[in-house]
Design a protein around this ligand. Structure first.
Ligand code: SF4
Ligand code: SF4
Length: 428
């Protein structure tokens, strides 16, 4: 039996002769190779992303698939940098695809990628380009971006109400825009802790803890605007830079030694992106500041809580800034509390879905995933047997409370910021 396959490649693949077992299969092989030409040769759609500012690593993927099992979106769908690359390789433009909006920039893929493909840079660059090209942005994200541009916060709240939460605090809170004075710690409250009812609960608790510790703290008040890190990751770099310049000018009016933030996304903006725009500060997350005063806190936390808790690592506190211990030290110091880890924790912690603009895409993502990431995480929290899910990012309380309701676990697990539990353990 004769078996002959000869090929000639001249720009496109051309079959010259194909005999297999004496049968002419030229037509079959030609169709196969025509398909392969389409499958394998669309480098311009990879370059469409890789040529953007900071996005070069998108083209370094060699399809090893290490990123697939750690991608939180792939757990509830079909995603990950490998698939984004393969889609571009096989004819789907990332800039035209709904996949453009699903990445939460959680960074878990970068943690395991041997080629250091960094989608936390490539995705925001591709989103920015899509917006510049006039591509449509999901409506709920568009609204958050417009609110940010108009009001300086994504919730569309007036600046005059930014410090209104202080009236709910049971202790005095210094508002520096009303009463200018030097402080050791400038508390950058951020949007959700200033305006959202559950964010305010954590702010009130934190104010009480700071007061108990006798810390020299003040907030800016109405002149504080969002640091806009999530808006940057959603593709609005110009809006981010405009607000960063305003916030840096505002901070220049006040005298302080360090900044304490409630929001890990604000910490990311201050630590990684404001220095390049002229604002360099010593920035601490509130769990780091409280853990630094743990001996004093222990003396005040005398009320036994009797809770079984688990803890969710925020991506922008954990993977992006390496802080896993401070929140755990605080939890372990709470009197009468049992602590169980979820099976995905610390470096491999599962994302809540709120990062990278995901906070304003919950309606959009359910059309493309089996469930929201926050719902997946609530199921993992419930599986520990805990009655309380502890969080340390202001996006998470409302996200997880919604997810507890939508998964039918409203009466199984409660969501509490660490600050709320510490304040509860300190008798009034
Ligand atoms: S881990 Fe990196 S190189 Fe491997 S498939 Fe994922 S993005 Fe590509
Ligand atoms: S950053 Fe997170 S959500 Fe985005 S592709 Fe990587 S693992 Fe998935």
């Amino acid at each position: 039996m004769e078996t002959t396959v000869k090929l000639k490649v001249q720009g496109v693949i051309e079959l010259k002769e194909a005999l297999v077992d004496g049968i002419d299969v030229s037509g079959h092989w030609n169709r196969m190779f025509e398909q392969r030409v389409i499958w394998e040769y669309t480098p311009h759609l990879i370059q469409e992303v890789a040529s953007l500012n900071d996005a070069e690593s998108f083209s370094w993927c060699y399809q090893c698939a290490k990123c697939v099992p750690v991608c939180p979106v792939d757990v509830v769908g079909n995603y990950g940098p490998r698939k984004l690359y393969k889609n571009a390789q096989t004819g789907t433009s990332l800039l035209e695809s709904p996949n453009l909006w699903l990445c939460t920039t959680c960074m878990n893929c970068l943690r395991v990628c041997p080629k250091q493909v960094d989608v936390t840079k490539a995705i925001p660059a591709a989103r920015e380009q899509a917006i510049l090209n006039g591509k449509s942005v999901p409506a709920e994200l568009q609204e958050a971006l417009e609110n940010t541009s108009r009001y300086g916060n994504e919730l569309g709240q007036p600046a005059r109400k930014r410090d209104a939460w202080v009236a709910q605090a049971s202790v005095p809170v210094r508002v520096l825009s009303k009463e200018k004075q030097p402080v050791e710690w400038l508390w950058w409250v951020e949007t959700y802790p200033a305006y959202h009812p559950r964010g305010i609960d954590a702010s009130v608790a934190l104010a009480r803890i700071f007061h108990t510790l006798g810390l020299d703290v003040g907030i800016i008040g109405r002149d504080e605007k969002t640091t806009a890190d999530s808006q940057r990751l959603a593709g609005e770099r110009g809006l981010f830079e405009m607000l960063a310049e305003e916030n840096i000018a505002t901070l220049g009016k006040y005298e302080f030694k360090r900044i304490v933030v409630t929001d890990p996304h604000a910490m990311n903006a201050f630590r990684k992106h404001y220095p390049g725009l002229g604002g360099t500060y010593d920035v601490w997350h509130y769990t780091q500041l409280l853990a630094d005063h743990l001996d004093t806190l222990r003396q005040h936390m005398t009320r036994s809580l009797g809770y079984h808790v688990t803890y969710h690592d925020p991506c922008y506190l954990g993977r992006h800034h390496g802080e896993y211990e401070a929140p755990r030290k605080l939890i372990e110091a709470l009197p009468g509390v049992t602590f169980s880890e979820m099976w995905r924790n610390r470096e491999n912690g599962y994302c809540c879905g709120g990062g990278g603009g995901g906070m304003w895409l919950d309606g959009f993502v359910v059309e493309h995933q089996a469930r929201r990431l926050s719902e997946q995480r609530i199921l993992e929290a419930v599986a520990t047997g805990a009655d309380t899910l502890v969080v340390s990012c202001p996006y998470e309380v409302s996200r997880f409370e919604d997810a507890a309701k939508s998964t039918g676990n409203e009466n199984t697990i409660r969501i509490r910021d660490i600050a709320e539990l510490i304040a509860e353990a300190i008798p009034a």
